[in-house]
Unconditional design. Structure first.
Lengths: 303, 312
């Protein structure tokens, strides 16, 4: 009798262990299954861009299977990369984004340093103000900014509207608050002993910033730089409102306004343009993914 | 003589430097330095954010030719327009639905990514974040093409199952659905990343203790995961609410408000009225309607962020 009971107890326990690990194995399989489903959902549009960009207009209008390329061709790429107009958009976008990144860093690093380390009158209010500015969306300000630029143009005679360089003044309003905010976080996490030691050794505030803070907070600096670049590269509303002549357009506006002509949609070329326009942020992301994600998650936390 | 003068000067300089080293002077110097370091930031915010914000209140009180002061005339005019109320309704539906599904999908996918072995997580996370990295204006073009009624992929695929061609962007109900779908596609990865970071910070012991007490997966989520992530969920949702509510790119490129202004939201309607129809004061009034909702969300975010800052 007793041996029987033990025998019963043994296998039952074994079954229980087995079921638990089997549960885990199933959970894993389901996780992969759903991840694949979601990956399909998330990656369909970019993949579809690639597929369409390899097709000729004839193949697209023949309405064959849209998910497959039967006669791959690079004609769309060749046409866009040799078109002066498209290269002009690319050039405008690049120069605007690069200058905005430099301006952003020049403004936000010193400001973040002051806000993180020098407690002065109104410093906490200013830090809060910076965060609030980050929450002000572009769609709230584009009309008054448009009118402001028009008024300045009327008064001073300097042409501001319909010039790409006006974006150099406007884009920093989108990038500087966030970059300052995350740099405050990174600077505040540097141990006080480090800059105290520098001050004791006779370093000036400026030297403390350039010799201690910038090297130590370099990961944060890279994250902020990536953020500033992607924001200014992707910005659509401001250039749409402020610039209209074809030679003044940046890439997102250029592609949406010039490649879509009336009712004739040359989808192969539009997709190629969109893909080339998405390439710089994607390449940066591919190489610096960890910094990108660090910047993303740092925004909602205070250091 | 000259030598003596130089030495005098040097002596004077060293004494003044020593004086500068005293506590009071150092403080005074520090605040001046701080002022100059923050000056560009203050100027930028004052000139290009604060001033335009106030200027738009002034603009909203003028008539179309901007010659005459009309007080609340633009607002009362908007209140009488049926289109305006449709915009208000559509903006709220759009923002709330999109944020809800972004948060839900982000939460679910974050769990799946968290579930799989750690060495594969990086790869999946990298893949799933791609929609957030592509400039929205570019990816919306791809969606516009996917939605194309006669030549493109969605209707082709549906026709294989015998489902008739859907007029994705021409039919009001489908257009609303499409606009929200694209927004969810674009925004869900952001939630995924935030939630994944939050999930990683929940200590494993809590789940082990719950497992010993016999909790099932639902109880683990309800009693451990959600309370531990409450703050990050609140911040992310509120933040996304602001961004979605003020969205412009996706609706503009996909439908530009059509058909018959059925998908128009605040930003696109302000653009239509203010820039395309050249009625700047009315456009400014439309975009000012976003302020109350944005302000409420901003206040809550600020409270949560400060709370988080104090905790850590």
């Amino acid at each position: 009798m007793s041996t029987l009971a033990i025998d019963k107890g043994g296998p039952r326990r074994k079954v229980k262990y087995g079921s638990m690990s089997r549960d885990r194995a199933w959970a894993l399989r389901w996780s992969y299954f759903f991840l694949v489903l979601f990956a399909i959902f998330f990656l369909t549009p970019p993949l579809y861009m690639v597929i369409t960009s390899l097709k000729s207009s004839a193949e697209i209008s023949a309405a064959t299977n849209p998910w497959w390329v039967f006669h791959p061709t690079l004609a769309n790429y060749v046409e866009l990369l040799t078109s002066n107009q498209f290269l002009r958009f690319f050039w405008n976008s690049s120069i605007v984004s690069l200058v905005v990144v430099v301006v952003t860093m020049l403004i936000s690093i010193p400001a973040a340093f002051a806000l993180a380390r020098m407690k002065f009158w109104g410093s906490t209010t200013l830090a809060t103000g910076v965060f609030l500015t980050y929450l002000v969306p572009d769609s709230l300000l584009f009309i008054p900014l448009f009118k402001m630029l028009a008024l300045v143009q009327d008064i001073t005679g300097i042409t501001l509207l319909n010039r790409w360089y006006v974006l150099l003044f406007i884009y920093p309003t989108l990038t500087v608050p966030f970059c300052t905010w995350i740099m405050i976080g990174y600077f505040a996490s540097i141990p006080k002993e480090l800059d105290e030691a520098a001050i004791i050794d006779g370093a000036s505030w400026l030297q403390t910033l350039t010799r201690i803070f910038i090297p130590v907070a370099l990961p944060g600096l890279i994250a902020a730089t990536i953020f500033a670049f992607t924001v200014s590269w992707a910005q659509f509303l401001y250039p749409l409102v402020f610039t209209t002549s074809i030679d003044q357009l940046v890439l997102p506006v250029g592609i949406t306004t010039t490649l879509i002509k009336g009712d004739v949609f040359n989808w192969g070329q539009i997709m190629t343009g969109a893909l080339l326009g998405a390439a710089p942020p994607l390449i940066i992301y591919a190489f610096l993914m960890d910094y990108y994600i660090a910047g993303l998650t740092a925004g909602a936390t205070k250091g | 003589m000259a030598d003596v003068v130089v030495q005098h000067a040097r002596a004077a300089r060293t004494t003044s430097a020593r004086k500068g080293g005293s506590l009071h002077n150092a403080l005074r110097r520090k605040s001046t330095v701080a002022f100059f370091l923050t000056l560009p930031l203050i100027l930028l915010i004052a000139l290009f954010v604060l001033y335009p914000a106030l200027f738009s209140i002034h603009l909203a009180s003028l008539n179309k030719s901007m010659q005459k002061f009309v007080g609340f005339g633009n607002f009362t005019f908007l209140f009488k327009r049926e289109t305006f109320w449709m915009v208000v309704k559509q903006s709220c539906i759009f923002a709330v639905t999109a944020v809800f599904f972004k948060a839900l999908i982000g939460f679910i996918v974050a769990h799946f990514v968290h579930n799989i072995p750690a060495k594969g997580q990086r790869k999946w996370r990298g893949m799933l974040l791609v929609p957030w990295v592509i400039p929205p204006a570019m990816s919306t073009l791809a969606w516009l093409w996917l939605f194309d009624p006669s030549y493109s992929a969605f209707n082709y695929t549906l026709s294989l199952f015998g489902i008739g061609p859907i007029n994705w962007l021409g039919d009001a109900a489908w257009a609303r659905f499409s606009v929200i779908l694209v927004n969810v596609w674009y925004g869900a990865p952001f939630f995924l990343i935030m939630y994944l970071a939050a999930l990683k910070s929940v200590p494993d012991q809590l789940y082990e203790a719950a497992a010993i007490d016999g909790a099932n997966w639902w109880q683990k989520i309800w009693f451990i995961t959600l309370p531990m992530m409450r703050n990050i969920i609140a911040i992310t949702t509120l933040f996304s609410l602001i961004v979605t509510f003020a969205n412009f790119d996706i609706v503009r490129i996909l439908t530009s408000g059509g058909p018959l202004d059925q998908t128009q939201i605040f930003a696109t309607y302000a653009f239509r009225v203010g820039i395309e129809s050249n009625d700047i004061p009315l456009g400014a009034s439309v975009s000012l309607f976003m302020v109350p909702i944005l302000a409420v969300a901003a206040i809550f975010i600020l409270r949560d962020v400060n709370k988080r800052g104090n905790e850590s």
